[in-house]
Design a protein around this ligand. Structure first.
Ligand SMILES: Nc1ncnc2c1ncn2[C@@H]1O[C@H](COP(=O)(O)OP(=O)(O)OP(=O)(O)O)[C@@H](O)[C@H]1O
Ligand SMILES: [Mg+2]
Length: 253
């Protein structure tokens, strides 16, 4: 299985909210996508985390906008008056990451709509598994669309990959601070989700090889093996971090 690849045909507008300067683009399939640029400061590791965590979430039953690879011709920058955007386009030739644009969606706030204890618990667990530190009540990175909660923005997850070096091994434990997680007040009792090794292999296959090799440390095969090792170790240690998470949750109720 592969992600669909589309060709960017028009840069529509920047989405000013985003820290990585995401933009709205139109593609040759006439779809509109939120584009995360390979040339943006967050880099290819952030885009890699978006694919791995977003696609794992989808396989676990969460709603995630379709993720596509977007081929971009840097010549598109010539039509762009804004200098910052022009530079972003000019340095982002090749494959970028796109998310199906959800028109009319808005930021999800659990005060406005109760997410339900089950979704809240499951999402808290997913973020703890993947070390996603970007789901606080200040910046939940959740959209409400057609009355459902959609997950976005997983670029800060899997932060251990910034430490990849030859001989890298997963740690027995990782810092994951749940106290300002947007779902903590709504979550019910926590339990492990069923992450299968087939899911993990599948999602790792979706990441373009050259993104995995971009830091010059691992080959794509080695990088996939390293991510897989992380997940296997994190799952093997789940009872320990699940305990901490449950304690944080129980303290809130
Ligand atoms: N698929 C989508 N459909 C509609 N709007 C979206 C979509 N993805 C993102 N947005 C909007 O764009 C904003 C920025 O997106 P996102 O959080 O993914 O970018 P970011 O640069 O990583 O942001 P930050 O680092 O500031 O959290 C979101 O808060 C949301 O309002
Ligand atoms: Mg965001």
């Amino acid at each position: 299985m592969e992600l669909r690849t589309v060709e960017a045909t028009r840069y529509v507008t920047p989405l000013r909210e985003g820290g990585s300067l995401p933009g709205l683009i139109e593609a040759d399939d006439l779809g509109m996508y939120v584009l995360k640029f390979r040339g943006a400061g967050h880099g290819l590791k952030a885009l890699t985390a978006e694919i791995i965590v977003g696609e794992l979430a989808r396989r676990l039953g969460f709603r995630v906008p379709e993720i596509v690879l977007v081929n971009l011709d840097p010549a598109l920058s010539k039509a762009e008056p804004d200098q910052e955007v022009q530079e972003l386009l000019a340095t982002s030739g090749g494959l970028n990451l796109g998310f199906d644009y959800l028109p009319g969606s808005f930021d999800f706030n659990p005060v406005i709509r109760d997410p339900g204890a089950e979704l809240a618990s499951r999402l808290l667990w997913l973020d703890a598994l993947t070390l996603n530190v970007d789901r606080s009540w200040r910046n939940p990175n959740l959209l409400l669309w057609h009355r459902d909660v959609w997950l976005i923005d997983h670029g800060a997850a899997l932060y251990f990959h910034h430490n990849f070096r030859p001989g890298w091994k997963p740690a027995d434990s990782y810092r994951f601070d749940a106290h300002d997680h947007v779902m903590l007040p709504a979550a019910g009792p926590l339990s492990n989700l069923d992450v299968t090794s087939q899911m993990l292999t599948e999602v790792l296959e979706l990441v373009p090889d050259d993104w995995l090799e971009s830091d010059g440390i691992f080959t794509a095969t080695q990088a996939r093996a390293a991510y897989l090792e992380f997940f296997e170790s994190r799952l093997a240690h789940a009872s320990s971090w699940l305990n901490d998470l449950e304690a944080a949750r129980a303290a809130r109720v």
